[in-house]
Each structure stands twice: as structure tokens, then as C-alpha cells.
Write a protein that binds this ligand. Structure first.
Ligand code: SF4
Length: 474
């Protein structure tokens, strides 16, 4: 162990939650341990790989020996964080399979987010109007037992090719509405560096792409992958943001802090994504500790996800009220920027739906009654003379309107009269005019008349407006 460490590595004698006597490092040189390729090549997946380190529970052993499980893989580094004496260790439960994964309930779906139906070319998901998700790798540094994309992640037969990347990039280039591209997978950061750079370079050459994001768990499973060469390469493609998947304070070791420091020093804005997991992090104090440690490492807690309804995830899922309770325990009790947004990623491709505790008790034209985190109830008096902004006359609103996905904001702005469930029209065609309650309430200014009521429209909910060239989809 006297070999010289690579210069970018910090001293591991710093305090850490790593159990003493790390058996995985016995006989391993520092040079190997801190080599990310060595870590990946020695990924642990069979009971014998953990020999002498963990005594498995029967339900774990059964899962490790059972065919057809979601891919099993743990880096020796991440395995070294497992407390061998704690069967409920939060690190262990995230990566060691349990036979409970074989129990699939009726509400669980392989493609729980409806990604396939939003995929115009292989691996590219276009769910929202102005941003796309590019799946560019099916492999990860470690495999989370609750993975949302377990339908394709870890499958050696499901690899993305250069042809796939080019098709994805061509799609983005042909769609000027796309200003934000998220690279994910699998994990983009374990692709060969030249492959990742070639993808980044081609995306950056598209003039209408403003921001590139990378979604990754590499800094957690494989912090040694974050080296000066990688960071320097990434910083050539700014503005480049990174969202890192963290679930528990035990994951934030000195090695992880070093990796985060390098990324933040390179000007990469860092955010975290956390999955709410039963028995792992469904405790307000655990979450608070995690978020505090993240902000100390310059990572902004971004999303707290309700665990998706993926097959075999029942033993990981909590009630939604648990998430609300956690947010309630944070708001007012810690810095606002240490509190993520709690979301349900809605099934059927519904997208992220934010869920909040209720702070607005009542709201009239004159007064909003609110309560604070302590239970104090107060009144905010609204200004009497406020002339509301009018999106029907505001040039910025008229030119920036989206073409189809405005949702409730379209009702508020007066661009739509209603949002109709599928088949609403056909099941209500009884020659009855639209009820008064669904008629537009405001008078349309004369100057805008040509942009309004379009008799050619068959959808009674639609009100036409000036076409928006920028957002036209081809
Ligand atoms: S790192 Fe992400 S993509 Fe990979 S297994 Fe975990 S959740 Fe799935």
C-alpha cells in the first residue's frame, strides 16, 4: 500500500462512514483500487465474490442464485461501504438483490413512464416540448435494484450503436424546439471517453441546443472515474449540467467529495436526484443529513422521486404521504436551497408532477390565508389596484406559446377553453352547445380578433392563435 496515489486523489484517512477492515481492499494496490477500469472489471455479482465479507440472508442468497433477475453488479468500492453486520444497511439494500423482486404486482409496468411511446428514434425520448432524453448507454457502474429502466439497463443484448447516436442527433438537429438535451442511460460516464466526447461535440454543434445535461450515478458507484482528463473534456462543452443520483448520506465518502469538488471546480452545475425508498431513506432526519452533505459539496438537491412502479419494486415503495411528510419536515427547518422538489413521475408518460404540503389555506380576491412551517396562520392582503398581466395581448406570451402541451396554463391564459379527456368529444356529441361554464370568460380585444375563434377547428376546446414558427414540429 506504499504506492504513490494519482495526484488528484485525496487522502482517504479523512473521516468516512466506511466500516473498518475493508476486506475488498486486501491485497489490492492503491493503483488498482483507484483505477476505474479495475473497479468495473472486478464488479461483484455472485455469492462467492462477496465471500468472507457478507453473510447473506436466505432471501438474498436465493435471489443471487436465481435466473432471470435484473442484472447484479457492485463495484468493490461501493461494496466496501456495506456494513456486513447490518442486514438493513442502506447501501446493501440498494444493490444486493432480494427474492422479493420476483413479486410483481398488477400495477407495476416494465415501461412505467411510457418512454417507448415517446420515442421517435431508438433511445431518444421526446416527452416535453423543448427537451429530449438521449439514452446512450445500457450499462451502469452498479445496478440499483429499483431501477426505472430495468427493462433495458444491464441487458448485454441491448447496446446503443453509432448509428443510434447519429439518428438521435439528426432528430435533435431537425427539431428547432429542442433547446435542452439530457444524456442518460444506463450511465453515460462509463462509455469510452472518445465516444462520449464525439456525442457531446455533435450535440454542441447544433445551434439551437442551449444546454446539455448528464444524468449519472458514477460519482457514487465509481468516484475514481471522475479524473482530471474526464472533467477537462466535459468542461469543453459548457453550458453542461450534471444530475447525480444520491440516496443516502453513507454514499458521500471522501472519494465522492473529491469527485464532486473536481466537477464543481470545472464550472459544472451539480444537482442531485434521490429516490424515496422504504427502509433506506424514508426518514426525515436521514434525508436532511443527505441534503446538508450535498449542499456542502456544492450539489443542489433537485428532485426527490416517488419510487416508480417498476416490476418487483413493491418492497422499495413508500406511500406518497411519506414524501410529503419529509418535505414538511424540511421546509422552514433548513435552507430553501437544500430542499428538493418532491415529484411523482406519472405513469403513461405523464411526466413529473410536483407534490407539496398544503400551505395556502384560503384565497380570495383580497386576501390569501397561509400557514407557515410552525403552524402560524396569517393573511396576505392583495393589492387593490393590480391590473393583471394579459397573455392575450402580451407580445412575449404570444410569440412564445407552445404548440400542444400548455396544459392548465393554456386555460389560465385564455388560449384554451377546456382540457378534454380522450374520447370526450365523441361520447358527448349530442348536439348540445358547450355549457356556459366552458365558454371563454373574457372579451377578446378587437385588435386580436383575427387570431381568435377559428370556425374551422373541430376541437371545441381550442382557440386559435398566431402560429408559432419557432415551436412548430416537423
Ligand atoms: S444507476 Fe440509474 S440507470 Fe443505472 S441501475 Fe441505477 S437507477 Fe438504473
Amino acid at each position: 500500500m506504499n504506492e504513490k496515489k494519482p495526484p488528484h486523489l485525496i487522502d482517504r484517512t479523512e473521516e468516512a462512514d466506511v466500516p473498518p477492515g475493508n476486506i475488498y481492499r486486501h491485497g489490492i494496490s492503491d493503483a488498482d483500487w483507484y483505477d476505474w477500469r479495475w473497479q468495473l472489471a472486478h464488479s461483484l455479482s455472485k455469492p462467492s465474490d462477496f465471500k468472507g465479507a457478507i453473510e447473506f440472508l436466505p432471501e438474498e442468497l436465493q435471489a443471487l442464485q436465481s435466473p432471470g433477475m435484473f442484472k447484479i453488479g457492485v463495484t468493490p468500492y461501493f461494496a466496501s461501504l456495506i456494513d456486513p453486520h447490518d442486514p438493513n444497511c442502506p447501501i446493501r439494500r440498494q444493490v444486493i438483490p432480494n427474492i422479493a423482486e420476483k413479486q410483481v404486482s398488477l400495477d407495476e409496468m416494465a415501461d412505467s413512464l411510457g418512454e417507448e411511446s415517446h420515442s421517435p428514434v431508438p433511445g431518444l425520448i421526446h416527452r416535453y416540448p423543448d427537451r429530449v432524453l438521449m439514452l446512450i448507454n445500457s450499462q451502469c457502474a452498479g445496478y440499483c435494484r429499483f431501477c426505472t429502466r430495468s427493462r433495458l439497463v444491464g441487458d448485454p443484448h441491448h447496446q446503443f450503436t453509432n448509428k443510434d447516436y447519429q439518428q438521435q442527433i439528426d432528430y435533435i438537429a431537425a427539431n428547432p424546439s429542442v433547446r435542452d438535451v439530457l444524456l442518460s442511460g444506463g450511465d453515460p460516464l462509463i462509455l469510452p471517453q472518445h465516444v462520449l466526447e464525439s456525442i457531446l461535440k455533435r450535440i454542441r454543434e447544433i445551434p439551437h441546443v442551449e444546454v446539455i445535461r448528464i444524468g449519472t450515478r458514477v460519482p457514487v458507484y465509481l468516484p475514481m472515474r471522475i479524473d482530471p482528463d474526464l472533467v477537462q473534456m466535459l468542461s469543453r462543452y459548457h453550458p453542461l449540467w450534471m444530475n447525480i443520483h444520491f440516496n443516502h448520506p453513507k454514499e458521500i465518502t471522501p472519494d465522492v467529495k473529491r469527485a464532486l469538488t473536481m466537477l464543481a471546480d470545472a464550472g459544472i452545475p451539480l444537482g442531485s436526484q434521490t429516490v424515496l425508498l422504504a427502509g433506506i431513506n424514508d426518514c426525515p432526519q436521514t434525508m436532511k443529513k443527505l441534503f446538508h452533505q450535498l449542499v456542502m459539496s456544492r450539489v443542489r438537491p433537485y428532485y426527490l422521486y416517488q419510487c416508480d412502479q417498476v416490476p418487483g419494486s413493491s418492497h422499495f415503495r413508500t406511500s406518497v404521504s411519506t414524501g410529503i411528510e419529509i418535505i414538511e419536515s424540511l421546509r422552514g427547518h433548513t435552507s430553501g436551497f437544500a430542499i428538493p422538489t418532491f415529484v411523482i413521475d406519472a405513469p403513461e408518460g405523464g411526466g413529473k408532477v410536483p407534490i407539496f404540503p398544503q400551505y395556502l389555506i384560503s384565497n380570495s380576491d383580497k386576501t390569501a390565508v397561509v400557514r407557515n412551517y410552525e403552524g402560524l396562520i396569517t393573511a396576505y392582503h392583495q393589492p387593490a389596484g393590480y391590473a393583471s398581466h394579459d397573455p392575450l395581448t402580451c407580445p412575449a406570451c404570444l410569440s412564445a406559446a407552445e404548440d400542444s402541451q400548455e396544459g392548465v396554463s393554456a386555460l389560465l391564459s385564455g388560449h384554451k377553453r377546456a382540457i378534454l379527456p380522450e374520447q370526450w368529444s365523441s361520447s358527448h356529441q349530442r348536439s348540445v352547445p358547450l355549457p356556459d361554464s366552458l365558454q371563454p370568460k373574457r372579451k377578446v380585444p378587437a385588435a386580436l380578433k383575427p387570431l381568435q375563434q377559428n370556425p374551422d377547428r373541430s376541437d371545441p376546446a381550442e382557440i386559435s392563435r398566431k402560429p408559432n414558427k419557432k415551436n412548430d414540429r416537423s
